[in-house]
Design a protein around this ligand. Structure first.
Ligand SMILES: Nc1ncnc2c1ncn2[C@@H]1O[C@H](COP(=O)(O)OP(=O)(O)OP(=O)(O)O)[C@@H](O)[C@H]1O
Ligand SMILES: [Cu+]
Length: 642
């Protein structure tokens, strides 16, 4: 039976008793049938609405554990069973307490379920973003087919206003696309042939045809949904504390309840019924259900909110780690810079240098290689064929050209090859202009230099300023040359530069930086996996449609560094909300127990079981509300506009 049904049953059955209780002082009103009616109503509540509490309490008792249901079950069962005994022996009864407590506990759970449903909407909204159908080319014609029938390789036509069905690459046409629903990027993005499109985004003005590449569970949207689901169900380490606490807490409460009963009955001489009422109140008010809600609800709202902004926080552990971060380390290429380097200068004889360089770079995957290939094509210079190609990580590439050893790369590749004073001057000048300089060598001689520039992203400077305002230190970690790195660092305002680092050594540098506090590393996830996992918080920039799912605890879907600050702020805020929730949940138990035990009886301050039940419902509710409010609060200056 659903909680809601159990709640309504319980409420309807309790209502007559509630009316009697309210009217009694004024009118002498009694339910027809007197105690017998009460027994019947309460028994029905216990059997129908309270049964799951008892079953759950019993199940955990058998495993030598206790949970919050234990307290509700024992508390109400005590009231119920004692009252039956009391009725048979003509003593004061309090059946209605049991029924009321059950009603109120269920009320809390019903409201809580409603709020949770609202909060977990994030996922449903994401799933609903998907297109339902698409115009796919079949036998030379474009026909409408359902989303599920699209396969990779299909050609899909998208008209103005239509949704892009799956992930792929445009083959024909141009348009601007609103990608905000997936990436959080509010500005529409213009696209042309060769550009990637993302499923679930909305085409605005043009018509284009794209080739489906990722369908079904492989699409970016599907991966985001998967990530958010996992995050929402993950545990924050702080939760372990709560679990441990409630494991010890419940038995302690039972002992306090027994002590309460004994003190009132044996030492203070009250009736059994009064002493029992105190004990039952203790059990009900102490029920730690608000405690159990503190973490999951905040986690759900925080991660859901992040997803909407294109910030995927993978689990609760990340939230906690973010709190201690002192230093934020950035990879340079593709992270601080746009990642689309272009050749700006060639020093030497272009027609001698570029064929060799292009021949070597043809087989390389490096962004610098792409820059050189693009340049060669633009200059209409053909690549010389090479043999025995070899990429040397962090240094460059080498191969045989016409039987001679050739290379393109940085000074680490030069070994005993000398360079002229003239080239050196040129090199220094270019590097100071933030241009990466690579040497082109042939037959133990440097035949020229190629300068390649990769501009910082427009938002990088603002991003650094935001982190500094947060009191964090920023560091650039790059395989590029010191001078180049420094001049880019100056442009964007980074505190420290660690340059000339081989890819394999990046993780070691992170470890070193960790001596002065926790470190967050921001990288594009391509060759940064070790650094991302070594850092206390790994932040992967999602490049294009490939989300670096495995590396990094936070994934930024937009390529905007300002999201680092937003991600840190959101994580911090979520974590603080968890702490606040835990505090409120705890304080209510801690303050409630002495009152319920009758400690302030002398001052006229007591807590009947039903009021305790109501208080518990509201405590749970206040925790859930506090979490929901997290979804509405302001995160950072630049998210205010979102
Ligand atoms: N394919 C290549 N062609 C030319 N030079 C290369 C190539 N691969 C590496 N290099 C040289 O090695 C250096 C370090 O490369 P690495 O890939 O480690 O870092 P990066 O891409 O320059 O910067 P980051 O570490 O910020 O990503 C480059 O700056 C370049 O001088
Ligand atoms: Cu509770």
């Amino acid at each position: 039976m659903k909680i809601t049904t159990r709640f309504w049953v319980s409420l309807i059955l309790s209502l007559p008793m509630l009316i009697e209780m309210i009217l009694m002082p004024f009118t002498n009103f009694m339910l027809p049938g007197g105690h017998w009616t009460m027994v019947a109503l309460t028994t029905a509540v216990m059997l129908i609405s309270a049964r799951p509490f008892v079953t759950s309490a019993w199940a955990s008792f058998q495993k030598h554990h206790s949970n919050m249901d234990t307290l509700v079950a024992i508390g109400t069962a005590t009231a119920y069973i004692y009252s039956i005994y009391a009725m048979l022996t003509d003593k004061a009864v309090f059946f209605e307490s049991a029924a009321f407590v059950i009603t109120f506990v269920l009320l809390g759970q019903v409201l809580e379920e409603k709020m949770r449903d609202n909060a977990s909407d994030a996922i449903e909204k994401l799933v609903n973003l998907q297109a339902k159908e698409a115009e796919v080319q079949r036998d030379g014609q474009f026909v409408k087919i359902p989303l599920a029938d699209i396969v990779a390789g299909d050609l899909i036509r998208v008209k103005p206003g239509q949704k892009v069905a799956v992930d792929g690459t445009i083959v024909e046409g141009t348009s601007t696309i609103d990608e905000s629903m997936v990436t959080g990027e509010s500005m529409p993005v213009s696209k042309a042939a060769g550009d990637k499109v993302i499923g679930a985004t909305i085409n605005s003005n043009g018509t284009f045809v794209f080739k489906a590449e990722k369908v079904g569970n492989d699409t970016m949207l599907a991966q985001i949904v998967e990530l958010v689901k996992k995050a929402q169900n993950s545990h924050a380490p702080i939760q372990n504390l709560t679990d441990k606490v409630s494991d010890i807490f419940v038995p302690v409460v039972l002992i306090i309840a027994i002590a309460t009963f004994l003190i009132w009955y044996v030492f203070l001489g009250t009736s059994v019924a009064d002493a029992l009422i105190f004990a039952v109140s203790v059990m009900v008010i102490a029920c730690p259900c608000a405690l159990g809600l503190a973490t999951p609800t905040a986690l759900m709202v925080g991660t859901g909110r992040g997803a909407k902004m294109g910030i995927l926080i993978k689990n609760g552990e990340v939230l906690e780690a973010v709190n201690d971060v002192k230093t934020v380390v950035f990879d340079k290429t593709g992270t601080i810079t746009v990642g689309k380097p272009a050749v700006t200068d060639v020093i030497g004889d272009i027609h001698q240098i570029i064929p060799v360089a292009a021949g070597l770079e043809e087989s390389s995957e490096h962004p610098l290689a792409a820059a050189i290939m693009t340049y060669a094509k633009a200059q209409n210079i053909a690549a010389t064929p090479v043999e025995a190609f070899k990429a040397i990580e962090g240094k460059g590439v080498q191969a045989q050209v016409n039987g001679q050893k050739a290379f393109v790369g940085n000074d680490k590749l030069l070994e005993d090859v000398e360079i002229s004073a003239d080239l050196k001057t040129n090199m220094l000048k270019l590097q100071n202009e933030a241009k990466t300089v690579v040497f082109v060598g042939l037959d133990n001689q440097v035949i020229g230099l190629i300068a390649i520039q990769d501009a910082p992203k427009a938002t990088s400077k603002e991003a650094m300023a935001a982190l500094h305002a947060r009191g964090l230190k920023t560091v650039m970690l790059t395989g590029d040359n010191q001078r180049v790195a420094e001049s880019i660092a100056k442009q964007v305002g980074i505190d420290e530069v660690i340059a000339d680092v081989l890819p394999a050594d990046k993780a070691d540098h992170i470890k070193h930086l960790q001596h002065s506090g926790a470190v967050a590393f921001v990288g594009d996830g391509i060759n940064d996996a070790p650094a991302l996992t070594t850092a206390n918080v790994g932040i992967a920039m999602g490049s294009g449609t490939d989300i670096a799912i495995d590396s990094g605890g936070i994934v930024l879907i937009k390529n905007d560094l300002r999201d680092v600050d937003t991600a840190l702020a959101l994580s911090k805020k979520t974590f603080n909300r968890i702490k606040l929730n835990l505090f409120w949940a705890f304080i209510y138990n801690v303050l409630g127990i002495p009152v319920a035990a009758g400690l302030f009886y002398g001052l006229g301050l007591t807590l009947s079981p039903e009021i305790a039940g109501l208080a518990m419902a509201f405590s749970s509710l206040s925790v859930v509300t506090s979490s929901v409010l997290l979804g509405k609060s302001k995160i950072t200056a630049h998210t205010a506009t979102i």
